[in-house]
Write a protein that binds this ligand. Structure first.
Ligand SMILES: *Cc1c(COP(=O)(O)O)cnc(C)c1O
Length: 421
């Protein structure tokens, strides 16, 4: 459920008509709903109630300061995967003690910065990283709380590019090697083992792979405890999928996901952390674009928008589907015609949808891409020197630009000429 609904035939974000925002900020733009973000965060809080738990929002899915501050205000912790995201979380007012640091390639600089400003835990992904962290922490006279991210060798049954828990993926430590590396960790200076971590992928639409992985983590927890390790926390990663079409997808609900976590970990007297990104941010955002041209090709028609693959790369990168709807609602009885919906970028990959049935649209009409909040703005670029599009946050009947569109001068002046030119 989200808060982008038609009222009197006009698509609104909460209480704000989208044409009003378009008139002020221009198109294309991202638009987020505070009520939807809040609702989704609270679903996870509810799903885990009764367990000692912390919901650490995955910053990489949508990392604008206004979004982080909204979620931090609800009590969220943060999961970051770079020094830049760590700084974003701090800047949004999140204390270091509520920040979890994930990722396969943390540098010594990033480790040192996080240790200096406070950290809940590092999710360590290799013995080499463990060694580096030990050296950085002991040089600083600090102790780094850690979990080891284990790779449970479970197929998440999701898109190839976002599956992370199979043995051929670059992530985590093979579960068979976990006992050995935990033993190594306890011998290293500056390291304190606090738990176990797993994250098997993104956009999972079935609970079975989660349950298979979590059961392995629960078993590992028991055997590590039997070996004398103080395993007091499990971090279960993110990955719960969202419906990208209203018609045929029914991913599990957070409540069912939570019930399964209760089942697997309820008896272990352990703190549970989760790192959802997409499920919190995905349906809380849309991308609004304008039709520039209609073009008749040979045997097919094209709808050319002012948004392109540099603004929303998911269709080009993952073959992802986004529902695309007119901002002015089409009459229910109207004939839909298949069109290819494309952007202006000079690549055939700049195609959002092929042969998508759409109501009649004309140049100047607005359309909205649904479910564009997660992995949308954060993955955008300025390819073709197209300015990064603005982000707008709505809260009831108010809205604010939370990242303005840069001017062309700002973009061009970022380049510096060498002294010989
Ligand atoms: C990307 C990522 C997440 C968030 O995944 P979603 O599918 O957006 O919920 C959580 N944890 C880690 C380690 C990640 O890399």
């Amino acid at each position: 459920m989200d808060h982008f609904l038609y009222r009197d035939g006009i698509l609104h974000a909460e209480d704000v008509p989208l044409p009003e925002i378009a008139a002020e900020v221009g198109t294309p733009f991202y638009c987020y709903s505070t009520a939807t973000l809040t609702r989704h965060y609270r679903l996870f809080e509810e799903a885990l109630s009764g367990l000692d738990h912390m919901v650490c929002y995955s910053v990489k899915s949508l990392s604008n300061q206004a979004i982080l501050r909204t979620l931090a205000g609800l009590g969220a912790g943060m999961d970051v995967v770079s020094g830049g995201e760590y700084r974003r979380a701090l800047a949004a007012g999140v204390r270091g003690e509520k920040i979890v640091f994930s990722g396969v390639g943390k540098t010594r600089e990033e480790m040192g910065f996080a240790l200096a400003h406070g950290i809940r835990q590092f999710n360590v992904e290799s013995d080499a990283e463990l060694q580096s962290l030990s050296e950085v922490a002991s040089t600083m006279g600090k102790t780094a709380p850690i979990t080891l991210r284990v790779n449970p060798d479970v197929d998440a049954k999701t898109h190839e590019k976002i599956a992370t828990g199979r043995k051929e993926d670059k992530f985590g430590i093979p579960i068979s090697r976990a006992p050995e590396i935990y033993a190594q960790a306890t011998r290293l200076p500056g390291i304190e083992v606090v738990g176990v971590d797993v994250h098997i992928g993104s956009q999972l639409t079935d609970l079975a792979p989660f349950e298979a992985a979590f059961t392995k983590i629960a078993d590992l927890t028991r055997s590590l405890r039997a070996d004398g390790h103080d395993i007091r926390r499990v971090d279960l990663g993110g990955g719960l999928g969202i419906p990208y079409t209203t018609s045929n997808e029914t991913p599990p609900l957070p409540l069912d996901y939570g019930a399964m976590i209760h089942r697997v970990f309820g008896g272990l007297d352990i703190e549970v952390e989760i790192e959802p990104g997409r499920l919190i941010a995905g349906n809380a955002g849309i991308l609004v674009a304008q039709v520039i041209y209609l073009k008749q090709g040979e045997g097919r028609d094209f709808l050319i928008l002012d948004a392109a693959m540099n603004d929303l790369i998911r269709p080009a990168m993952y073959g992802a589907h986004h529902d695309i709807v007119p901002v002015i609602e089409a009459p229910a009885a109207i004939d839909q015609r298949p069109v290819d919906i494309v952007g202006p970028v000079c690549e055939s990959g700049d195609t959002f949808a092929k042969q998508r049935p759409m109501p009649p649209l004309a140049a100047g009409d607005l359309v909205a891409f649904r479910s564009a909040g997660a992995y949308g703005a954060v993955m955008s670029s300025e390819y073709n020197t197209r300015p990064m599009i603005p982000e707008v946050l709505v809260h009831e009947d108010q809205y604010a630009v939370i990242r303005p569109r840069p001017s062309f001068d700002e973009i061009i002046n970022r380049d510096k000429l060498p002294n010989w030119l």
